[in-house]
Ligand binder design. Structure first.
Ligand code: HEM
Length: 141
């Protein structure tokens, strides 16, 4: 199988700036969630220490952006929706997660059009995490 690192295609991972830039983005994402009381509704779903959460999100996004598949190597198939079922997630939580991510992208100076494209793609993933009865994602178009 081809090593994704050898692929000549420019990945979002490369456009972002690779490993160090991704780690900085994830660190900023969780710092925003932790420090801004606006985001208490999603902060309190997480464990007291955000270290493990940050490491998992970093690993997941590494592969998702076209870089090394660090999450899959350690934890296997992401099955993100299933893994989020223990946490009540509706439109409010989805929108808060995206607001933290958009703030983090701005703070880390993620350039356009990459930031807009990531925002779009992550919004779809975040929407799919909704699992509250009466506030579920639409199953089709
Ligand atoms: C929609 C709003 C979301 C909320 C409220 C939320 C919340 C959470 C919480 C509470 C955890 C558990 C943290 C821990 O075990 O330390 C978690 C885990 C995780 N989240 Fe989210 N999340 C959301 C969306 C997303 C999105 C959009 C992604 C990816 C783009 C994502 C990626 C992950 C990953 C990779 C894990 C670790 C899963 C595991 O291995 O158990 N989450 N999330």
């Amino acid at each position: 199988m081809a090593d994704p690192q050898d692929d000549a295609t420019v990945t979002p991972y490369a456009l972002l700036g690779g490993d160090a830039a991704l780690q900085a983005l994830v660190a900023r994402f969780y710092a925003v969630m932790d420090e801004d009381p606006t985001y208490a509704p999603i902060r309190r779903l997480h464990p007291p220490s955000l270290e493990g959460s940050a490491d998992k999100l970093y690993r997941f996004l590494s592969g998702w952006l076209g870089g090394p598949p660090l999450y899959v190597q350690t934890y296997g198939p992401p099955m993100l929706r299933a893994r989020h079922l223990p946490y009540p997630i509706g439109s409010l939580e989805r929108d808060q997660w995206m607001a933290c991510m958009r703030q983090a992208m701005a703070d880390c100076a993620v350039p356009e059009p990459l930031a807009a494209a990531l925002g779009e793609a992550l919004s779809r993933t975040a929407d799919w995490m909704r699992n509250k009865p009466g506030d579920l994602p639409r199953m089709s178009g």
